[in-house]
Design a protein around this ligand. Structure first.
Ligand SMILES: [Zn+2]
Length: 421
């Protein structure tokens, strides 16, 4: 008898068997940890405080689930309830808006630059609640001496926080150099002249931080993180919508790419060492004609005849006064930045460039030249508008970004902090 390809209509439906990939089912506790993070992220990213009902709608979670998670976060001092808002129709229950707690947990950002060290404390809402900046000259410095001074700063701030009952969730140290991905090392910081320094180990040994997690990050990368947060806050849009090329001047020149509100590590952090003239002056990195030799702070000041102790305001004043050396230095910096940025935009097809750090003060002078180079050299500029914007993250953005990195880890895994008690 010929067999039918179809089973008889009376047979039971076949049991669908999925291939066994050896992936275990998600644990219930994992789901709860994930949802805790989801709820906290929504509250922190919301342009204005939102209620439990709004949270349930935004996350797709059941109202009871949201309420239980919110209660846990309030008990752990990560959230607070604000004063109730009466419902528009008198029959409705008043909504209780939720906001990140301003005193429960903070992130400590530490930073090393060639002319200062600093520390900034941010709460979960992103408010600066304390900071210290100490001027100095750390060019070609001894890491042990710099870390000793940084540790003093960290200890002073953390002692005050602990006394007030605030938890320090972690520490991140910003450095102007290449750092090991997820590791303790500063690989190379040209202006500090540091090579393979175990910065996390040294800070741990010198500062009284107990078992608080310590991270290390590139200054431009952290500055870009602060910028992404500042832009989304100012425009009341989700941070995930942020996509831009960040170009910043501290002493050197750094670049970072931000995709979906996140920096991508140190992929393009060394923009300062992109070659803009192969026959140009020698650079500290060993190559010639790097962007930093024209658009780095030290180079611009030297070309303008200003001393190393000068400020960007001094430089700007000299340019505005029409001092020929300063005007020439500014022009060369703008040309070099235009070349490097236009070339980078041919690699990353972004429509927004943000000038940060020391470039904020010079932005109106730099933008016309950079725009001219983009129009001439970036192919995508023929069919899309590319805008150059001024950074909004404020002074010493890398310190803000360092503290934010710590707080982002809290938001990614609040359960760990709650479990630690
Ligand atoms: Zn170089």
């Amino acid at each position: 008898m010929e067999q039918s390809a179809r089973p008889p209509a009376t047979s039971r439906p076949a049991v669908l068997r999925l291939p066994d990939h050896g992936i275990p089912a998600a644990r219930q506790s994992f789901l709860r940890e994930h949802n805790l993070s989801l709820v906290l992220r929504h509250i922190i990213d919301a342009p204005k405080p939102i209620s439990r009902a709004e949270l349930a709608k935004a996350t797709g979670l059941a109202r009871a689930t949201v309420s239980a998670l919110v209660d846990l976060l309030i008990a752990g001092d990560l959230l607070v309830e604000l004063d109730p808002i009466e419902a528009a129709d008198r029959a409705g229950r008043p909504a209780v808006p939720l906001a990140p707690s301003g005193h429960g947990v903070v992130g400590l950002g530490l930073g090393i630059q060639v002319d200062h060290i600093g520390a900034r404390v941010l709460d979960l809402a992103g408010n600066v609640i304390d900071e210290r900046i100490v001027a100095g000259n750390f060019r070609a410095s001894d890491p042990a001496l710099v870390v000793a001074r940084l540790a003093e700063l960290a200890d002073r701030l953390t002692m005050a926080l602990i006394r007030s009952g605030t938890r320090v969730a972690g520490v991140c140290v910003s450095v102007p150099g290449s750092v090991q991905a997820d590791g303790p090392l500063v690989r190379y910081a040209p202006n500090l002249d540091w090579h393979d320094v175990d910065l996390v180990g040294m800070v741990r040994a010198k500062a009284d931080l107990g078992d608080i997690p310590i991270h290390v990050g590139n200054d431009t990368d952290l500055g870009a993180r602060a910028e992404a947060r500042a832009r989304s806050r100012e425009r009341a849009t989700p941070r995930q919508d942020e996509q831009f090329l960040y170009v910043s001047c501290e002493i050197g020149v750094g670049g970072a790419i931000v995709v979906r509100g996140e920096t991508t590590g140190s992929w393009s952090a060394e923009l300062g060492h992109v070659v803009v003239d192969r026959a140009g002056p020698p650079c500290g990195c060993g190559a010639r004609g790097c962007l930093e030799q024209y658009a780095g702070r030290d180079s611009m000041f030297a070309h303008a005849g200003l001393g190393l102790g000068s400020s960007m305001t001094d430089f700007r004043r000299a340019v505005d006064a029409g001092e020929p050396a300063a005007v020439q230095a500014l022009s060369e910096a703008a040309e070099a930045l235009g070349l490097a940025i236009a070339s980078t935009l041919n690699l990353v097809n972004f429509d927004t460039v943000v000038l940060g750090g020391g470039y904020v003060e010079l932005a109106d002078l730099l933008v016309p030249t950079i725009t001219r180079h983009i129009r001439r050299r970036t192919l995508a500029s023929r069919w899309q508008t590319i805008v150059i914007e001024v950074g909004r993250a404020g002074a010493m953005a890398p310190l803000t970004g360092a503290a934010l990195l710590v707080l982002d880890e809290v938001v990614a895994n609040p359960a760990m902090l709650l479990a630690a008690g």
